[in-house]
Design a protein around this ligand. Structure first.
Ligand code: CA
Length: 253
């Protein structure tokens, strides 16, 4: 799984939860980018990583390929001539709930809007980017998505309830909105009550094992998650800090 040091290639990423017979099926990725050199570069890297890659330079053709190629992940340039990446993304959100979108943007574009409800992309990358990081992001959305497609799963802990199937979280029966990363982190915690989770381990699980970020990113997300779930975030009752190591989920009060 992931980067193979002996061959220097990336193996296709099939989340372990998926059934055995799916392991030979390549995950389909559609690359929509009008700049030919960038499109080729991305396509080449994703193919080398083991994905089955389709590509197009236009939004018009992308809309057709969504139906004919049926990709699991779409790497989508925001600025396209004709039908824009924005319109393609909206179409995907309306009609293809199981397809993930990673938006390619230029520096300075409104990322809140890209990830927010207006556009609903699953992730974004600012050009220029490292192809290895794009592969890590593709892996990460697939990993998160695999969780959401599991059969009914509800985790309860004291007054907290995490509903995986419905992608909902509530505290004392009040629904609280979580970002996809907060949701994934909370799931990792609730699946592993009482266990010390190392920072690196959590980064690998939630972001993918070749994510380039550092553990500070994790700490920021944990702080935000605490603000949402803890009565007193400075005296956390659920997410305990294990000094010099990571975090531990406290199941019992
Ligand atoms: Ca463009």
């Amino acid at each position: 799984m992931g980067y193979n040091r002996s061959t220097g290639t990336y193996d296709p990423v099939i989340p372990e939860r998926w059934s055995g017979q799916m392991k030979d099926i390549k995950v389909k990725v559609l690359v929509v980018e009008d700049e030919e050199s960038i499109r080729r570069f991305i396509t080449l890297n994703l193919s080398a990583a083991g994905y089955l890659v389709g590509d197009t330079a236009t939004g018009e053709e992308a809309l057709v390929m969504l139906k004919t190629f049926v990709p699991k992940v779409v790497v989508l340039d925001l600025m396209l001539p004709g039908i824009s990446g924005l319109e393609v993304c909206q179409k995907i959100r309306e009609t293809m709930q199981e397809t993930f979108v990673i938006m390619l943007t230029a520096r300075g574009q409104d990322t809140d809007k890209i990830l927010g409800l207006e556009l609903g992309a699953d992730d974004y990358m600012v050009k220029p980017f490292n192809p290895l990081e794009l592969i890590a992001r593709v892996k990460a959305v697939l990993r998160r998505g695999a969780g959401f497609r599991d059969p009914k799963e509800i985790f309860n802990c004291r007054d907290l309830c995490l509903n995986i199937t419905a992608s909902k979280f509530s505290k004392s029966n009040h629904e609280i909105e979580l970002t996809p990363i907060e949701f994934a982190l909370l799931r990792v915690f609730m699946e592993n009550p009482g266990r010390t989770l190392k920072r690196e381990e959590m980064l690998n699980t939630v972001w993918g094992d070749d994510y380039f970020g550092d553990t500070k990113t994790l700490d920021v997300h944990i702080r935000r998650l605490r603000e949402k779930i803890e009565d007193n975030p400075s005296q956390p009752e659920y997410i305990k800090t294990v000094w010099g190591s990571g975090y531990r989920w406290q199941q019992e009060s």
